[in-house]
Design a protein around this ligand. Structure first.
Ligand SMILES: [Cu+2]
Length: 120
């Protein structure tokens, strides 16, 4: 009888622990705006990573490098910058607009990748 109670208590404790351990963590977008620096490589007309994800209000710097000259155009924010091979080119902005924005080579109009700004 006592033994059953002890086992029941242990099971309850275990479940409580599991509950605490598995509780969903607050998502990154719930915290304060922060500074985000992302290195983005453009190779064979594609960004790596293909998508950069940030939160609304973040101070974002994208540091581009490329294997060929590219005219990087961030849609929505309408920012443009020439990227030359062997040089690091920065695009800095405050991520006020939320949504998914194409990043394209403005010269060829080919899509290189995307910026995702999650609402906060
Ligand atoms: Cu464009």
């Amino acid at each position: 009888m006592t033994r059953t109670l002890v086992v029941a208590a242990l099971v309850l404790l275990g479940l409580g622990g599991l509950f605490l351990a598995l509780r969903p963590e607050p998502t990154a977008t719930n915290d304060e705006p922060r500074e985000q620096v992302h290195d983005v490589e453009i190779e064979d007309g594609a960004m790596s990573p293909a998508e950069v994800s940030v939160g609304q209000g973040d101070q974002v710097t994208l540091r581009f490098t490329a294997d060929a000259p590219v005219e990087v155009h961030l849609h929505g924010y309408d920012l443009e910058e020439e990227v030359e091979p062997g040089e690091e080119t920065e695009l800095s902005f405050e991520a006020e607009l939320t949504g998914q924005f194409e990043i394209e080579d403005h010269e060829t109009e080919a899509t290189l990748g995307a910026l995702l700004v999650q609402p906060r």
